[in-house]
Design a protein around this ligand. Structure first.
Ligand code: FAD
Length: 385
């Protein structure tokens, strides 16, 4: 069996590895000319880590991952610790530690596992079509590729999605901008092995450790869609937005280099049920574009990859049946994560100020039990449970 995978992001590379593991001949096509991931890091929750382990990346993932032993929420305006608790109950319950990982390193790990030289860079898909014997992709340079299946892991603005759905799907602005980057660990901001989050006024400032003594940081700021922004001024924007916040947030702002901040307007997409058309399937953000508020977009893409492998094991030699089984296994779970993230997004960013205030009050009464229950609820339910 031959699979054509479009997109060498974390979804496409995971799918390529998962299919190759069961004997597929896999070709990966990527539009960019070189590997330059946008964004600083992601938290790979335990479900994502289990998928990476399944793909034979256990040691590498552990090496690149930050150690998060505890979690805290701090009142961003006063510095009061609202709650602080151990992550060990979560790790014990789900049987796997989560690992925040620098995005470039995660991406490179996946690409190297597949074979960097084997990825066909500079190949932009411009059309895809199902067919009776094969599915075919056409590239901007006029070349074509065909396989028993085409897996469109072509991200949030997916062209594959347009083909499978037969229409353009409109993404939705979630109401805030995420500024993120990497800094050296500074305990004035938060303990070295803690995921520390400052909250207030519907905003967040957060750090979590990744490998090599670094914090992945992010700030969430509610802003109107398309708000004017001068590239390179993120630090000034953040200094203004968080001017009256507590010392730990100022320490973080001081640590950030002037050009070291990514700025991302956050969008998502209403879940939809059709991921497959004949021999063509969607995977990752192409199939389920979520806000990052529960840190599950990439993990869900990795779950897709493993589920795809399982579906082909259930239906060897029958690509159409396998892709439909894949769709059945994934649609509900991935859609639920998108909606959970959306609810969490609205609560965190004060869509309803009274609800957000009630959440802040709850955080002051929290001993970790409810937060861990919520996170476990996100983690459990994928192909490796
Ligand atoms: P992408 O990573 O977007 O990859 C798609 C690839 O396809 C790209 O390389 C692109 O160049 C290529 N491509 C697109 N079109 C074509 C074409 N026509 N032809 C050829 N190639 C094409 N997830 C988590 O699990 N945990 C987190 O903590 C987390 N934090 C996040 C924070 C932020 C601010 C954001 C924005 C997202 C976060 N996510 C997180 C989500 C995660 O980044 C995505 O879900 C993940 O990157 C999706 O992977 P993908 O491979 O589906 O898509």
């Amino acid at each position: 069996m031959r699979a054509i995978v479009i997109g060498a992001g974390m979804g496409g590379t995971s799918a390529a590895l998962a299919l190759r593991q069961i004997g597929f001949e896999v070709e990966v096509y990527e539009q960019v000319r070189e590997n330059k991931p946008v964004g600083a890091a992601i938290s790979v929750w335990s479900n994502g880590v289990k998928c990476l382990n399944h793909l034979g990346l256990e040691e590498e993932t552990k090496r690149l991952g930050g150690m998060v032993d505890s979690m805290s929420y701090i009142d961003g305006l006063t510095g009061e610790v609202m709650c602080r608790f151990s992550m060990l109950p979560l790790i014990e319950e789900v049987g796997q530690r989560p690992y925040p990982i620098a995005r470039a390193e995660l991406q490179l790990m996946l690409m190297e596992k597949f074979g960097l030289d084997e990825i066909r860079f500079g190949k932009r898909m411009v059309a895809v079509a199902d067919g009776p014997e094969a599915a075919t992709v056409e590239f901007a340079d006029g070349s074509v590729a065909s396989g028993d299946v085409v897996i469109c892991a072509d991200g949030a603005k997916s062209l594959g999605r347009e083909y499978v759905l037969g229409r353009q799907a409109q993404r939705r602005y979630a109401g805030y901008v995420n500024y993120n980057g990497l800094v050296e660990i500074d305990e004035a901001v938060g303990p070295a092995t803690e995921w520390t989050t400052y909250v207030g006024e519907g905003k967040r400032a957060s750090v979590m450790p990744v490998a090599a003594g670094r914090f992945y940081f992010f700030f969430d700021v509610p802003e109107p869609e398309g708000a004017p922004y001068e590239p390179g001024t993120a630090k000034e924007v953040l200094k203004t937005a968080f001017a009256h916040w507590t010392g730990g947030v100022h320490a973080l702002l001081e640590a950030i280099g002037p050009d070291a901040v990514n700025r991302v307007e956050i969008l998502d997409l209403d879940p939809f049920d059709t991921w497959v058309k004949g021999r063509v399937a969607l995977l990752g953000d192409a199939a389920h574009n979520t806000t990052p508020d529960i840190g599950q977009g990439g993990c869900s893409a990795m779950e897709d990859a493993v589920a795809l492998q399982f579906a082909f094991q259930e239906h060897p030699g029958d690509p159409r049946a396998a892709l439909l089984a894949y769709q059945r296994a994934r649609v509900e779970r991935a859609g639920e994560l998108v909606l959970r993230a959306r609810r969490r997004c609205d609560l965190t960013h004060a869509k309803d100020a009274a609800a957000t205030q009630a959440w802040y009050d709850e955080l002051r009464r929290e001993d970790g039990t409810n937060i861990i229950r919520g996170i476990v609820g996100n983690i459990v339910g994928g192909p490796l449970t």
